[in-house]
Design a binder for this molecule. Structure first.
Ligand code: PRP
Length: 209
């Protein structure tokens, strides 16, 4: 049986995702992301884990260098990738929202929207019939309205602490987000038994949660 390569998101989602695999009975080392190693082989399970930036998991899976991956729905919505989304893992709950400084209106002409999600943000405002200018940032999005770079932000809200501690408020909720199990279409044909087993075992754990 060939090795199953799994792209895991480093950072916030990682722990919940790894815990899910452990609950599903996979014997993976508890300190999987403690080292700086980016590839971790688990021969006992015939698995190889690659630790990727959350935004890049879909890229690895689409190119087939990872057979499966765990990716946030936000990433899936931002980039329409040629991968199968097979299971809602119901972990890392958060949502995308429009936020800004309290009591402010958006500029009438070409209001600026700062975001890490230019695709989702432009689609959202187009659907609202608003013409906006998107300012792409890579993180610390909340800075933008505070220092006058943008009228609004489109960003992830989890606990709401970042907004609160920076004196920002939420104006609209766009979409709820959880992590998903995604699969490369070719891998699904070639390694169907291994992948089906992973999906079934994870689905059971998700259902019991
Ligand atoms: C995310 C998001 C918000 C924050 C929300 O950023 O972009 O800034 O978390 O979480 P909260 O509602 O619990 O405060 P992240 O920490 O992933 O880093 P980033 O600023 O680099 O995007």
């Amino acid at each position: 049986m060939s090795v199953l390569t799994i792209a895991m998101p480093k950072g916030r989602i990682f722990e919940e995702a790894a815990a899910l695999l452990v609950k599903a009975g996979y014997e993976i080392p508890p300190d999987l992301d403690d080292s700086r190693k980016l590839i971790i082989d688990v021969p006992a399970e015939n698995m190889r884990f690659i630790l990727a930036k959350p935004m890049d998991v879909t890229t690895y899976v689409e190119h087939g260098v990872a057979d499966v991956g765990i990716a946030g729905k936000d990433v899936m919505l931002e980039e329409e990738r040629d991968v199968y989304e097979v299971l809602d893992l119901k972990i890392s709950h958060c949502y995308l929202a429009v936020a800004g400084l309290p009591g402010t209106e958006m500029q009438d002409v070409a209001p600026k929207i700062a975001t890490k999600y230019p695709g989702i943000a432009s689609r959202y405002f187009r659907e609202q019939g608003e013409q906006v200018e998107i300012v792409k940032l890579n993180g610390s999005i909340e800075l933008a309205p505070m220092i006058g770079l943008s009228d609004r932000i489109v960003d992830i809200v989890s606990t709401g602490r970042t907004l609160k501690e920076n004196g920002l408020v939420e104006f609209e909720r766009i979409v709820d987000i959880t992590s998903r199990l995604i699969v490369n279409p070719v891998s699904y044909r070639l390694k169907d038994e291994q992948i089906d087993e992973l999906v079934d075992r994870l689905a059971q754990v998700v259902e019991e949660a």
